[in-house]
Design a protein around this ligand. Structure first.
Ligand SMILES: Cc1cc2nc3c(=O)[nH]c(=O)nc-3n(C[C@H](O)[C@H](O)[C@H](O)COP(=O)(O)O)c2cc1C
Length: 372
């Protein structure tokens, strides 16, 4: 139990934050080598403040719950896919985190007055010292943090998996394990639904002869595009959607409603559509977390699919392919049938390749996300 240490750090959180910021500032002014590339702007100082607060909260949670789960998670946030999200020399973060750790362990926990370098927040002193092992605990958590910054996440979380995700179109023959499939379907099933109606069905196309036949139909007839028009007749090279040839393909079938007749065009159809997309997204997230690759395909002849499945009153809204797939750096691959070139499909483009046609229009993060 670290009750005393927790209280001491909680009451000195602002002090520790301000003192670390002052330390960083002093390093920049002294032109310390590690801080040479530190972008000394209001925005980067604000991010620095945010990150130090997150780390302080993680130390507090570690002391309170006696686990290192929070600091492990915080460490995972220093990575984007296979790349560090830090700009410049990582040593500056390490030096700053060691300073904060020592400030906590050598001053706050020991009730030693630190010679303050800032005038924003004062150190609060206590009558008693922190528990004996509190210092070891903070050192341990700081070690996890530094190791994660240098080597990569100790554990990968959903955000790490999503940062590495790509639309998979070309598959390994390996089937998805039945247990994993059930977990993915559990997530699809647990999805929230507007008004709780859940008016959709999920059709799972497996490796069965019927499943394979349906996937072939989706690939060659239903989803292929000629000059960007789905299922357009005529000769020419088509654009295919390999997502629908995955070892497992799921189709989300939304209950169909007529178009809206209120002035805003709102309709129950939008509700069932949204439910399908949300359920499919939850399935995708779970799959990616399990190391199973995914590919959305919305280019569907939804009514024809429903007809073929004998599901009147439903329309296929979205499909997701699930399986195993490697990335490549090509942008397109040719599609052949019986040795004859039929067209092309995009490749399994590695998520690190950002100049790719369909990715380059993603706006910068904080032009998309706005706090009020
Ligand atoms: C709702 C939805 C529908 C999509 N439909 C298609 C599709 O029909 N064909 C296709 O090639 N990609 C489809 N995609 C995948 C996007 O085109 C893809 O996410 C985008 O090109 C970025 O590539 P990335 O996922 O590999 O990063 C769809 C994605 C979403 C979210």
């Amino acid at each position: 139990m670290y009750n005393q240490a927790y209280q001491m750090l909680a009451d000195n959180k602002e002090f520790c934050l301000q003192e670390t910021l002052a330390f960083i500032n002093s390093q920049i002014l002294a032109q310390a080598e590690e801080f040479a590339e530190f972008p000394n702007t209001a925005t980067s100082i604000d991010f620095c403040k945010r990150d130090l607060t997150i780390v302080l909260n993680a130390y507090l949670e570690g002391l309170e719950l006696e686990t290192d789960e929070r600091i492990t998670f915080v460490g995972s946030r220093y990575w984007k896919g296979n790349k560090s999200s830090l700009v410049g020399n990582k040593q500056k973060e390490i030096v700053a985190h060691k300073f904060l750790r020592n400030l906590i362990c050598d001053y706050v926990f020991k009730n030693e007055q630190y010679v303050s370098q800032q005038g924003v927040a004062q150190q609060k002193l206590f009558e008693t010292q922190a528990e004996e092992h509190a210092r070891t605990k903070v050192f341990h958590d700081c070690e996890i943090l530094i190791h994660s910054i240098v080597e990569g996440p100790k554990k990968e979380y959903l955000h790490n998996h999503l940062e590495k995700r790509f639309t998979a179109k070309w598959w390994e023959p390996k089937q998805v394990d039945r247990g994993d499939l059930e977990t993915i379907l559990e997530c699809a099933y647990q999805a929230p639904s507007k008004q709780g109606y859940h008016e959709f069905k999920v059709v799972v196309l497996t490796d069965s002869p019927e499943g394979r036949e349906f996937k072939e139909y989706l690939y060659w007839e239903n989803t292929a595009c000629l000059n960007k028009v789905r299922a357009a007749p005529g000769p020419g090279l088509r654009r295919y959607n390999g997502q629908v040839l995955a070892p497992t393909v799921m189709l989300w079938m939304g209950k169909t409603y007529p178009p809206g007749n209120n002035p805003f065009g709102e309709s129950e159809w939008l509700r069932t559509n949204n439910d399908c997309i949300i359920s499919a997204t939850m399935a995708m997230c779970q799959a990616e977390e399990l190391g199973i690759r995914t590919g959305f395909c919305g280019t569907l002849g939804g009514r024809e699919i429903a007809q073929r499945l004998n599901m009147p009153g439903y329309t296929a809204v979205i499909s997701v392919g699930f399986g195993y797939a490697d990335t490549d750096s090509l942008q397109v691959r040719k599609v052949y049938k019986d040795g004859v070139e039929m067209g092309f499909d995009l490749s399994n483009t590695d998520s690190a390749i950002r100049r790719y046609e369909n990715r380059k229009n993603r706006p910068p993060k904080y032009s998309m996300i706005n706090y009020l």
